[in-house]
Design a protein around this ligand. Structure first.
Ligand SMILES: C[S@@+](CC[C@H](N)C(=O)[O-])C[C@H]1O[C@@H](n2cnc3c(N)ncnc32)[C@H](O)[C@@H]1O
Length: 413
C-alpha cells in the first residue's frame, strides 16, 4: 500500500492534520525534489526522489521500498495538489492498481486558479500541456471558452500566446498564475497578441478567456471552430482523397464517438474522419490505416495540427493486413479498400453494439454494400452533394460524385 498526499506550494504547514500525520510519520517519503524540500527533516525518515526518467525507474524504486505490500502509512508519496490531475497518483495506480494506492488530495492548482478568477468548475475546461505539444489546446478553442492550461514550464505561456495569435485568437485574454498558494505567488495578464513576457516562473498555469476568432484568421480556422464534426476540407492537408465535410459529418453521426472509444479508420486518406472522431470525445482514439506512404505522413501532420497526435496511431499498410495487430474497435469506418473479406474480418472484431460505416463511390463497391446490407441489415443511404460555384459570370450547382453509405450496428437488425 502506498499513500499519496497532495501538497501545495504553501508546503507542509498547510496540509490537513491527517495528511500531515501521514507525511511526518512515513518511514519512506517519495517525491520530486521540490516537494521533498517543502517538508522539514524527520529523524529516521528515508527520502527518495523520483527517478529520471520516471516511468522507466519507478517499478524498481517501488520494489525497493516494497510499496505494494508496505503497511498503511509506511511509504508515502508527495504529489502536487490533486495527485490525480496530471499527477503521480495516476501513474502509481496504473502501475500498482487502485487497491494498492490511497489518495489524499490537496487543493489543485486548477481550483486555486478558478478561485482567483471567479470561474465556476462548470464553465471551465482544464487542459494539460505538461510534457505535451501546445497544439493540444486547439481542440478547445471556441468563442467564450474558459480554459485553465497547465504548463510544462515558464516557456509555455509565451508559446501559447504565439499559437493563439497565429490561429486567429489573439484577442483572447491570458492570465498566467505562478506559485499559486505559495509565498512567491504572482500573475500577469494581457491579450495573447499583446503578450510580451518571454518566460515566467516554471510552476505556472494560464487562464484563457477565449475571444471570438478574428476576422483576419484564415477561412478554414474560422469555419473549423467548435466541437461539431464536418470541418471544411481546407482545414486538413490533403491531395483530394478526403471526404466532403457534409458526407463526413454524416459518417460521424452514424459512428457516434464515445469517451474512450476506439475507431478503425480504414483507407484513412487525409485522416479527417479519424481526427474528427478523436476530437469529438475525451479519450477517443484511432487506428488510421493507409497504404500510401505520402498520405500516411499527411495523416500524422494533420493529427499534429489538430492536437490529437497522441490519440491517432497511423499504420502504413493495406487494411486487411493490418487488422490482426489493432486493438478491438468500438466503431469502424471504411473509406476505401472495401472487399467481402474486409467486411467479415471487421465484423468479427467489432464489439457488440459497435458501429460500422462504409462508403462507396464506384458501382462495384456499391454492389458490395448492397450485398452487405442484405446479409447484415443496417441502413443504406445515397448522399449527393452539390455546391454553388461560379460559372463564368454566373453561379451554378456543381455536383460531387454521389456516395453510397452503409451504416450498421453489430447485434442490431
Ligand atoms: C503535472 S501538473 C500537476 C497538477 C497538480 N496535480 C494539481 O492538482 O495542481 C503540473 C502543472 O500544474 C500547474 N501547477 C501546479 N501547482 C501550481 C501552482 N502552485 N501554481 C501554478 N501552477 C501550478 C502548473 O501548470 C504545473 O506545471
Amino acid at each position: 500500500m502506498i499513500d499519496v498526499v497532495g501538497i501545495g506550494d504553501g508546503g507542509e504547514a498547510e496540509l490537513s492534520p491527517q495528511s500531515r500525520a501521514l507525511v511526518m510519520g512515513a518511514r519512506t517519503l517519495l517525491g520530486g525534489r521540490r516537494h521533498l524540500d517543502l517538508v522539514p527533516d524527520v529523524p529516521g525518515q528515508t527520502r527518495r526522489p523520483w527517478p529520471s526518467p520516471l516511468r522507466e525507474g519507478l517499478a524498481a524504486l517501488l520494489a525497493e521500498v516494497h510499496a505494494a505490500d508496505a503497511p498503511i502509512g509506511h511509504v508515502v508519496a508527495l504529489a502536487s495538489g490533486d495527485p490525480l490531475r496530471s499527477g503521480i497518483g495516476t501513474t502509481l495506480i496504473d502501475l500498482l492498481g487502485a487497491g494498492a494506492v490511497r489518495v489524499h488530495p490537496g487543493l489543485s492548482s486548477e481550483t486555486l486558479a478558478r478561485a482567483r478568477m471567479g470561474w465556476s468548475a462548470e464553465q471551465t475546461t482544464v487542459v494539460t500541456l505538461v510534457g505535451r505539444s501546445p497544439d493540444g489546446v486547439r481542440r478547445h478553442l471556441a468563442p467564450g471558452a474558459h480554459l485553465v492550461v497547465l504548463c510544462s514550464d515558464g516557456n509555455t505561456p509565451g508559446v501559447l500566446a504565439r499559437l493563439l495569435t497565429q490561429q486567429g485568437w489573439g484577442a483572447s485574454l491570458m492570465t498566467a498564475w505562478w506559485h499559486l498558494g505559495g509565498a512567491a505567488e504572482g500573475s500577469l495578464r494581457a491579450s495573447a497578441a499583446g503578450w510580451s513576457a518571454e518566460r515566467t516562473a516554471d510552476l505556472v498555469l494560464v487562464c484563457v478567456e477565449v475571444s471570438a476568432v478574428s476576422a483576419s484568421a484564415s477561412p478554414s480556422t474560422a469555419a473549423a471552430v467548435g466541437p461539431a464534426p464536418g470541418r471544411p476540407e481546407a482545414s486538413f492537408e490533403h491531395d483530394g482523397q478526403i471526404s466532403k465535410r457534409d458526407v463526413r459529418a454524416s459518417a460521424l453521426a452514424h459512428l457516434r464517438p464515445t469517451p474512450g472509444g476506439h475507431l478503425w479508420d480504414l483507407g484513412a486518406g487525409s485522416g479527417a474522419v479519424g481526427i474528427e472522431w478523436a476530437l469529438a470525445a475525451p479519450g477517443a482514439s484511432v487506428s488510421a490505416v493507409e497504404r500510401n506512404a505520402a498520405r500516411a505522413e499527411r495523416i500524422r501532420s494533420n493529427a499534429r495540427e489538430f492536437g490529437v497526435v497522441s490519440d491517432v496511431t497511423v499504420v502504413e499498410s493495406a487494411s486487411i493486413d493490418a487488422l490482426a495487430d489493432l486493438p478491438d474497435p468500438d466503431a469502424v469506418f471504411v473509406g476505401g479498400g472495401l472487399s467481402p473479406a474486409l467486411i467479415d474480418a471487421v465484423r468479427s472484431r467489432l464489439r457488440p453494439g459497435g458501429r460500422l460505416v462504409a462508403h462507396a463511390v464506384t458501382l462495384s463497391t456499391e454492389a458490395l454494400l448492397v450485398g452487405a446490407q442484405e446479409r447484415f441489415g443496417g441502413e443504406l443511404t445515397r448522399i449527393s452533394i452539390e455546391r454553388a460555384t461560379s460559372l463564368g459570370e454566373h453561379v451554378s450547382w456543381t455536383p460531387s460524385r454521389a456516395v453510397v453509405q452503409w451504416s450498421s450496428t453489430k447485434g442490431m437488425p
